[in-house]
Design a protein around this ligand. Structure first.
Ligand SMILES: Nc1ncnc2c1ncn2[C@@H]1O[C@H](COP(=O)(O)OP(=O)(O)O)[C@@H](O)[C@H]1O
Ligand SMILES: [Mg+2]
Length: 304
C-alpha cells in the first residue's frame, strides 16, 4: 500500500504558552482521523491538564514517566537530555503490550499517552528535562498501519533546546496574535535551518568525549524536515493579514488560520470534548495545505 503523507511521521506542535497548542493538537487529531490516519497523541506538556477531556476521554492515562521508572531527581532512570544525551533505554513501546492504564483509546483509532506531570512531585523534582527525554526518544507502535503521531510540546523553546526538535519530522508552530508568538515561529524556523545546515549543538558543559559525540550525532541525524505556522485566536481579516505578513517577512510558511471561537473557550473551561466546533473546517483546510507543502518539501520516504 502506498504510504500516506503523515504515516509513521511525528508532528510536533510548538508555540508560546496559551497560544493554542493543545487546541490545535485536538483539532488536528480529529482532522487526521477523518483523513484516515490512526492517531497517537503524546501529551508532552507537564502543565496540560484537561487535554484528555478535550479529546473525549473520561480519565487521563497514567504517565509514562512512571512506566519508565521516574526521573533521576527522585531515584528513577529518566535523566535530562541536556546533562545526559544518552538514549532512554527501551523507549520503543507497543500499545498492545503495555499495561492498560498507560494509554487512553477510543474505538476509532485515537490514542492518548501522557509523558509526565510534575505538579505532584514535591519540592526539588519539578524539572521538565526528563519529560523532554521521553518526548525525544519514545516511539509508539501498535496503533495501526499508517499511524501519525502528534506531540503537544511544552510551551516556548525549551524543549527544542533540549533536543526534542531532533526527533520530529515536522513542526507546526501555533501563532496567536502577539509579537512573542511570531518571534517563536521565526526562532524555530532559524533553528531548523541551522540544524539542517549541519550546525552542531552546544556541548561545552559535557565532560565526556563520548557524550559530546553522541549529542553531535543526534543533531547530525535529526529527522526534522520543516516547520510551518498556524495562526490561532484570530479576530478578523485585518489581524490575519497583519500576522501573516510579519511571518512571511521572516520566511515562515503558513498553513492556515483558526479564528477565535467562543465554543473553543467553553469546551476548555467546562472540561468538555472539543468537537463539533465550526473551526474544525479551518483545521481540515490547514491540514490539506500542510499535506501539499510537505509533499513539495521532501520526497516521500518509502516504507521499510
Ligand atoms: N481559537 C480559539 N478560540 C477561542 N479560544 C481559544 C482558541 N484557541 C485557544 N483558546 C483559549 O486559549 C486557552 C489556551 O489554549 P491552549 O490550547 O490550552 O493553549 P496552549 O496549549 O498553547 O497553552 C484555552 O483555554 C482556550 O480557552
Ligand atoms: Mg497546552
Amino acid at each position: 500500500m502506498k504510504n500516506k503523507t503523515f504515516a509513521n511521521q511525528r508532528i510536533g506542535v510548538f508555540g508560546k504558552g496559551g497560544s493554542g497548542k493543545s487546541t490545535v493538537t485536538v483539532l488536528l487529531a480529529r482532522a487526521l482521523r477523518q483523513s484516515g490516519y490512526p492517531v497517537v497523541v503524546l501529551d508532552a506538556d507537564s502543565t496540560n491538564a484537561g487535554i484528555h477531556q478535550a479529546l473525549g476521554f473520561e480519565k487521563p492515562p497514567v504517565s509514562l514517566m512512571d512506566f519508565f521508572g521516574g526521573p533521576v531527581f527522585t531515584g528513577g532512570r529518566v535523566s535530562c537530555p541536556v546533562d545526559d544525551p544518552t538514549l532512554l533505554p527501551d523507549a520503543t513501546i507497543d500499545i498492545n503490550s503495555i499495561p492498560r492504564q498507560y494509554y487512553a483509546a477510543d474505538n476509532n483509532g485515537l490514542f492518548l499517552l501522557q509523558l509526565g506531570k510534575i505538579g505532584d512531585k514535591g519540592p526539588g523534582a519539578g524539572c521538565d528535562g526528563p519529560i523532554a527525554k521521553i518526548t525525544r526518544d519514545l516511539r509508539v507502535q501498535g496503533a495501526g498501519p499508517q499511524a501519525a503521531t502528534l506531540i503537544d510540546v511544552k510551551a516556548g523553546l525549551e524543549d527544542s533546546a533540549r533536543g526534542v526538535i531532533t526527533s520530529m519530522d515536522w513542526i507546526i508552530t501555533v501563532v496567536d496574535p502577539t509579537v512573542a508568538a511570531i518571534q517563536i515561529a521565526a526562532d524555530i524556523q532559524t533553528l531548523i535551518a541551522r540544524i539542517r545546515a549541519g550546525e552542531l549543538p552546544a556541548t561545552f558543559h559535557l565532560e565526556s568525549p563520548e557524550l559530546k559525540a553522541l549529542a553531535n550525532r543526534l543533531y547530525r541525524e535529526a529527522r526534522i524536515k520543516g516547520a510551518f505556522a498556524l495562526l490561532n485566536k484570530i479576530r478578523d481579516e485585518r489581524m490575519e493579514s497583519f500576522v501573516s505578513q510579519k511571518l512571511e517577512q521572516q520566511g515562515v510558511s503558513i498553513i492556515g488560520a483558526i479564528y477565535e471561537g467562543p465554543a473553543i473557550a467553553s469546551a476548555w473551561l467546562e472540561g468538555k470534548p472539543l468537537e463539533g466546533v465550526k473551526e474544525e473546517k479551518d483545521m481540515m483546510d490547514a491540514l490539506k495545505r500542510l499535506e501539499r507543502m510537505v509533499k513539495e518539501t521532501a520526497p516521500l520516504e518509502t516504507a521499510p
